[in-house]
Design a binder for this molecule. Sequence first.
Ligand code: C2E
Ligand code: MG
Ligand code: MG
Length: 580
Amino acid sequence: MAGALIRGGLAQLDAPAPEAGLTLADRDVADALPFGLLLFRTGSGGTPVCSEVNVTFTRWANRSAQSLTGVPIPEVPLLNECRILLRYIASCLAGGAVPTGELAWTVKPEDETTGRDRYFSAKLAVRSGYVLVSVRDRSSEIKAESHLRMTMLSDDLTGLPNRLQFSELVETALTEREDREVAVLLLNIDRFKRINDSLGHTVGDEFLIALARRLSSCIRGSDRLARLGGDEFAMLLTGLTDEMDTRDIIARVQRRLVDPFQLSGGEVHASATIGIATTISSTTKMEDLMRDAHFALTQARNAGASGVELYKAQDHSKARARFAMETDLRRALDAGELSLAFQPLVSLRDGMICGVEALSRWRCPKRGLVPPDEFIPIAEESGLIVPLGRWALQEACTQMAKIRGDLLEAQNIHLAVNVSGVQLLRDDIVEAVSTALATSGLPGTALKIELTESAIVGNPERARHVFARLKALGCMIAMDDFGTGYSSLSYLQTLPIDILKIDRSFVDGMLESADSQNIVRAILSLSRALNMTTVAEGIETEGQKQALALAGCEVGQGFLFARPLDADGLVARLREKKGR
Ligand code: C2E
Ligand code: MG
Ligand code: MG
């Protein structure tokens, strides 16, 4: 069939030309084809002329077949918009090489305001002194492609560029920035979820559209606004000279958010948290600038609602350092780099050691000895405090049970172990304690669990429940660093707490500051009233010891008596019997 389409056979283009010349033989088939077909031969003046055309092409060109037949090529509509095509047809007719690929071109509408661009492509074939041009109208294909691209690059709801397009825009801005600065500003609506939850998603969408409109009015002509997803919007600010320029825009954004949004579900008040990274304080790579802006946004969010945070490289290096320490600590736990030190607690009445506090030590091969004040907060943040705390508990009980078993002088020595509030919330601390007691053989009555006030404040009900079960195991509960947290008398009164440990800061200032002295006295009388034992932490001088003993404090702990010791050091000290 295809062979019969052009007399002489399209499929046999190398065959000799028939006498009568080439024609579109089977008109019905040629006309039914979805592409335009045109035959060209060399005209009298040497210019190619159209010898035949199918109906499809006449329709596209809005011309009759007769009006196109015999017309020199520069007058054939649509084709004459593609100069290179005209040149190829002429050169092919003159025996030149046939282009292998398709030639593509755009035809502009006569009236640019109403018409649309049209897209065509053509392929040439040469046969017996004729050039057959097959033309494809690719307009709908290209429209679909660009629509797809638009959908891929823009946000459905607001029509703003989406994350993908925003990244492209930032990338371009960075390459074209020359000596000017570029900033990425990320904006999150505070408690947006509340709008969605209380007024419904339709009103939530309405809000986002209204917000997009307001934010658009805050930026300058050269800036771009995008919606990255949810309630996260981004601004690309270009041509900046210093960071003050971004401050102007932030101030404008905040001013524009003051007025409530009038939505169909009612009036909505909104505020935003903002994070910014600029090429001044961050980097000139798109991914890094975006990451740093996110980092600043998270910092701003952590600082509370409506915050604004400008990225500073040193903040990030701090976060990176914390992350590096977390990674090392994770490994340290498995590698056995942690050990325990034991600091004696001494009776202020007779100077005898009555207990010890187990304190974790981390000797890192890379970092050296890392103080607990540095690694415990990181362990708490990362959740590593759970395995760390369990290890400390188990190890302390095992070592203490052994010392008590080996040494007559250690028979009545109590062991205090620190338990973080994070662990109290996340872990089954009662199970951990009973396992440690059972496997070590240490009696529950020899164990004191030290917690800080913040551990209770976080969840007093849970604390009450856990304390009761720990008491059932025979353990005592000590309030560590007492006086520094959110002390509440009601907790002290209602929770089964046995010991108050006066924080080092009050002991430290006791002899110089009347305030510290008063606080120590108050804690002591409170403790007496509630039938608790008081331990003073951080006693470094004889004067502090005497003042505390005089005020009625029973137990002391501090460098005056002993620094934290390893197990051998503790055994040696216990053999001496006296704390000092
Ligand atoms: P803490 O429980 O209040 O422990 C007492 C801290 O005071 C210890 O610091 C101890 O070395 C220090 N100290 C004792 N006497 C003196 C003194 O006279 N002067 C001075 N300047 N300091 C004294 P360390 O060992 O650095 O521990 C710091 C904190 O880290 C502990 O405070 C505790 O909150 C936490 N920590 C230590 N080990 C663990 C653990 O295994 N688990 C948990 N959750 N926290 C731990
Ligand atoms: Mg402690
Ligand atoms: Mg303490």
